[in-house]
Ligand binder design. Structure first.
Ligand code: K2U
Ligand code: ZN
Length: 167
């Protein structure tokens, strides 16, 4: 198992749209395992393959308190999106930035598991937010893009200043 480097906003690779997984092979299974390890170590409750510079439709999620309910979603598709909720979000690709984003309250996501079996997850609350956040990543979207242009400019300037200080 290995920890994977996470791309940092505004890296242009975070804007790439992920391609469907064509075949669930040992490479995909290894990637899912390494993404899960990277997510738990961060720590986070979700991670998309886009964030580790692999542009395939694969996300890992574990929103449980006990950190023992890992979901590996291959080729996920949102089938139902209803209601509305505003939650404070963060992102492992945008460290130190948190803001409220409006999302659907309830989602049903269809996906393939690592055995290639079709599954669905019916989610509300934090799990629903996390799934939508990760699905955004697969479309090349980072949560800050839901914020105002002024907030995005301030975030870019703050991250650029941080990068200069740590360079
Ligand atoms: O995609 C990621 O960067 C992981 C995200 C997932 C997430 C974002 C917003 C709301 C829920 C999940 C986070 O960085 S994981 C960190 C975290 C942990 C607990 C609650 C919210 C965010
Ligand atoms: Zn994120």
């Amino acid at each position: 198992m290995s920890l994977l480097p996470i791309l940092r906003f505004p890296d242009p690779r975070l804007k790439k749209v992920a391609a469907p997984v064509a075949r669930i092979d040992d490479g995909i299974r290894r990637l899912a395992r390494d993404m899960a390890e990277t997510m738990y170590e961060a720590p986070g409750i979700g991670l998309a393959a886009t964030q580790v510079d692999v542009h395939l439709r694969l996300i890992v999620v574990d929103a449980s308190e006990t950190k023992d309910q890992l979901l590996v979603l291959i080729n996920p598709a949102i089938e139902v999106q209803e209601g509305s909720q505003k939650c404070e979000e963060g992102c492992l690709s945008v460290p130190g930035i948190y803001d409220r984003v409006e999302r659907a309250e309830h989602v049903v996501v269809r996906y393939l598991d690592l055995d290639g079996s079709e599954q669905t997850v019916d989610a509300s609350g934090l799990l629903a937010v996390c799934l939508q956040h990760e699905m955004d990543h697969l479309q090349g979207r980072v949560f800050v893009e839901h914020l105002s242009q002024l907030k995005q400019l301030r975030i870019r300037n703050k991250l650029a200043k941080q990068a200069r200080i740590t360079a």
